[in-house]
Design a protein around this ligand. Structure first.
Ligand SMILES: C[S@@+](CC[C@H](N)C(=O)[O-])C[C@H]1O[C@@H](n2cnc3c(N)ncnc32)[C@H](O)[C@@H]1O
Length: 383
């Protein structure tokens, strides 16, 4: 395979490069999944864990576009609460809550529009990065004072009734990479050649990689590269195990397995983001750039079944938001006293969230449920 143009180890002053190079010198090549885990989550230099977060420097998510995203999600959560029989508490567990923006939008809206639901919510903002958790205090102060929100580092082990949801979490989990080579599945490792990081193919680090494709009826073509996110499989299984009765909502870019592993994705979907620029130079500047791969929604469905989750539905972000927003013609977009220009601006931002060429069809929403008889959700009602 062709190495992806490696740079000198300390390129761009990335101190993690030196740490990883030393480790490879001492113990040999590491799987790409291990390399990515360190790039994103190394305790000191990982992209998401280091003290100076690159918020808005490299990427933005739907939650950053406009509060309508959180407001419509709040409508969906409120409906789920009713379907569950209005339990108190209803645990709304946001995994990978970042700086707390989505949490703030959901709770502000729930407090204003659904007082009974707000009184029942226990909002758990789960964020692995301490730097990002610290930002929650600022954004969520009012709701913390009202006793409605907690900030933690891990998803609680027991959620009697509620919903675990995430926006762009699973694409940021470390992924294995494989390639079909000479009729055999081989795994991508990262080693050193002339003091530069380089990719190399080796036997799979675990037989689970082969089982993963067999379980989904997928056969890779000769020369085809692909990602296998075993962390996402574990994550969804754990989510199902934690939930007693309730839902899991996964918002992310990705596909069902048959589309994710088709000829259009022959080189896989892994990309690096830096300063809003996409690059395939994924070995560059470890810890300095965001690494991400598309989510396999079929795998989430199949692995979720191991812990009792059933598929409620999979729709585009556009279908989800239109389903929830059309009843009041997206009246939730506006604030009292806004000028016509401000309203126009809000409508343009909504367009970005739902337009097929914007985020509307790039992002998918998978909803799964547990211990509920065929729930009907407005977010899945389509156009
Ligand atoms: C791409 S960011 C998305 C942040 C936020 N959801 C948003 O929409 O802006 C992914 C976030 O998930 C966090 N994260 C990654 N793995 C996690 C885990 N196992 N538990 C909790 N948070 C995690 C990262 O630290 C990061 O803040």
């Amino acid at each position: 395979m062709t190495p992806r143009s490696p740079l000198a180890l300390n390129a761009h002053g990335a101190p993690l490069a030196a740490v990883l190079a030393e480790r490879i010198r001492n113990a040999g090549p590491i799987s790409f999944a291990e390399f990515m885990r360190e790039c994103l989550y190394h305790s000191e230099y990982g992209y998401y864990l280091r003290p100076i977060a690159q918020r808005f420097g490299d990427y933005y998510t739907s939650a950053d576009v406009h509060a309508i995203f959180g407001r419509l999600l709040a409508r969906q959560l409120e409906e789920m609460w009713e379907i569950l029989g209005s339990p108190r508490p209803f645990l709304a567990v946001e995994a990978g809550a970042g700086a707390g923006r989505l949490a703030g939008d959901i709770l502000d809206f729930a407090a204003r529009e659904f007082p009974a639901f707000y009184a029942a919510i226990e909002y758990i903002a789960v964020e692995r990065s301490a730097t990002r958790r610290a930002k929650h205090a600022q954004r969520l102060a009012l709701h913390t004072a009202a006793g409605r929100v907690l900030t933690v580092a891990e998803v609680p082990a027991a959620i009697p009734a509620g919903c675990i949801f995430s926006n762009e979490l699973l694409d940021a989990l470390p992924t294995h990479r494989v390639m079909m080579d000479g009729g055999e599945l081989r795994e991508v490792y990262v080693g050193l050649e002339s003091e530069q990081f380089t990719e190399m193919l080796r036997a799979p680090s675990t037989p689970v990689l082969g089982q993963y494709f067999r379980k989904q009826g997928i056969t890779l073509q000769e020369g085809q590269q692909a990602e296998v996110c075993l962390d996402a499989c574990r994550w969804i299984e754990d989510a199902g195990r934690a939930i007693g009765r309730g839902f899991v909502i996964t918002i992310d870019y990705g596909h069902e397995a048959h589309a994710l592993y088709d000829e259009r994705h022959n080189r896989g979907t892994l990309l690096a983001y830096r300063n809003h620029t996409v690059t395939e130079n994924i070995l560059d500047a470890p810890g300095e750039q965001d690494l991400t791969a598309h989510v396999n929604f079929t795998a989430l469905d199949l692995w979720g079944r191991h812990s009792g989750l059933a598929r409620t539905g999979l729709v585009t972000q556009s279908q989800f938001l239109v389903g929830l927003g059309r009843a009041n013609e997206f009246g939730d977009l506006y604030e009292p006293g806004q000028s016509e220009v401000e309203k126009l601006r809000a409508r343009l931002l909504l367009k970005n969230l739902i337009h097929p060429e914007g985020m509307g069809e790039k992002f998918q929403i998978l909803i799964q449920h547990k211990e509920i008889e065929t729930p009907r959700l407005t977010g899945l009602s389509g156009y």
